[in-house]
Design a protein around this ligand. Structure first.
Ligand SMILES: Cc1ncc(COP(=O)(O)O)c(C=O)c1O
Length: 417
């Protein structure tokens, strides 16, 4: 490591709170699926800000929008309508099953908004006592108090307590464990369609279907936290659209002709929605979204013209012909390639995920593996206790996917158990 690099890292941590352990490199700039450090070393960016840089770095359409909109207007008081806010909200509504949108600036804010919306709806619909939330083990929904309260980690971070009361944790993909927690007090169920931080476990479509039926039966609000999975990450614009299923799926004999998409009542969005620009949203079906009324929720920055213009550009890029087909094609290359490496090296113990959100368990210590991959020119992240998480930009080319597989294969072959 150059002395310059070490100096920047040391000095940064002199001023910064220690929310993260330091990386041994200093990032400088990015282009497409690559990121470059200050020494000029090039990395395939399979972290992408943890599923954020959906269109990669320095995407020309995003740059154009930022430049033009920043020159026109960055901010205005949130109560004003703008063409940019209208355009982004309309795109979100027209591409989804939702009727109303609330703009935020981050994932955790979208989750906070969803919890408040669901709780207020339940209070008015079912009474004051109906204020409990069911979340899942291994969940991650953010770091502010509401979202931290429905996040598994609260169990190992007692020092932040007391958390939001009335939160119960069920087992992911286990309907009986959810049923056991449902009562007249249940206002909402919140779930990630693919658990991200928890270790890249996809929900079974039939599980989501059963959750939908359970919520309909008991008049419970179903919230999908699509913060990590949304905006093309699973090969569909919205994550819930990637889980079509039919009654037969439950018995292991899917009948695609009868497949239906399972619609949540509320979705939480952020990350890939701005391809790196901070923007998020909470979207809801009419009867839930209408619970948010003047003065009950809001934000200074949320829905600013610049953020909305960028979000609209990102969505329009993703709606272009062939975009999602490309995500599926590159995803297939990565899943197949990783399975080939698994067979030939026997150093991979499990491969999970969906679309361009892949989790790989190996026989190696995850920190050592991430360090070795970084040295060999691939940046990735950890999920769960020991899972290698791969969340590349969605514009990753087939050639770049093969290049990444070669780096992973080489790195695994160089490492000693
Ligand atoms: C599923 C999920 N929800 C919420 C969040 C919180 O998002 P943010 O870090 O933008 O607040 C994350 C972040 O990783 C996430 O993966």
């Amino acid at each position: 490591m150059s002395t310059d690099t070490q100096k920047i890292i040391d000095e940064s941590f002199q001023y910064l709170m220690k929310t993260y352990s330091p990386q041994p490199v200093v990032m400088d700039h990015g282009k497409g699926a690559y990121a470059y450090d200050t020494s000029g070393k090039k990395y395939l960016d399979f972290a992408a800000g943890i599923a954020v840089a959906s269109l990669g770095h320095a995407h020309p359409a995003v740059l154009k929008t930022i430049n033009e909109q920043a020159a026109r207007m960055i901010t205005c008081q949130a109560s004003y309508a703008t063409k940019e806010k209208l355009h982004a909200a309309e795109l979100l509504v027209k591409t989804s099953c939702f009727d109303l949108v609330y703009f935020s600036n981050s994932g955790t804010e979208s989750v906070e908004a969803a919890l408040k919306c669901a709780r207020k709806w339940a209070y008015e619909e079912k009474g004051e006592e109906c204020n409990e939330i069911i979340a899942f083990h291994n969940s991650f929904h953010g770091r502010t108090y509401g979202s931290a309260s429905v996040t598994e980690k609260r169990h190992v971070q007692p020092f932040f307590g007391p958390y939001l009361p009335g939160v119960h944790f069920a087992t992911f993909n286990d309907l009986d464990s959810v049923k056991a927690l449902v009562s007249d007090k249940t206002a909402a169920i919140i779930i990630e369609p693919v658990q991200g931080e928890g270790g890249l476990t996809p929900a079974h479509p039939s599980f989501l279907r059963s959750l939908r039926a359970l919520c309909d039966e008991h008049n419970i609000c179903l919230i999908f936290d699509e913060v990590q999975t949304g905006f093309g990450r699973l090969g569909t614009l919205h994550a819930y659209q990637a889980f079509a299923c039919c009654p037969d799926c439950q018995h292991g004999e899917p009948n695609p002709a009868n497949h239906q998409i399972i619609e949540p009542d509320i979705a939480c969005w952020a990350k890939g929605m701005g391809s790196g620009f901070p923007v998020g949203a909470m979207a809801a079906k009419k009867k839930f979204g209408e619970a948010i009324t003047v003065g009950t929720h809001g934000t200074t920055y949320g829905g600013n013209p610049l953020a909305c213009a960028v979000a609209a550009t990102v969505i329009e890029e993703m709606l272009k012909d062939g975009f999602m087909e490309h995500v599926h094609a590159v995803s297939n290359i990565l899943f197949k390639g990783l399975n080939d490496i698994r067979r030939s090296s026997n150093k991979i113990t499990d491969i999970r995920g969906k679309g361009l959100m892949l989790g790989v368990d190996t026989v190696f210590d995850i920190k050592k593996l991430l360090g070795a991959l970084q040295s060999n020119g691939l940046m990735a992240t950890q999920a769960g206790k020991a899972t290698l998480r791969l969340t590349p930009p969605l514009i990753l080319s087939e050639g770049e996917a093969k290049e990444a597989l070669a780096v992973i294969e080489k790195t695994l072959s160089e490492m000693d158990e």
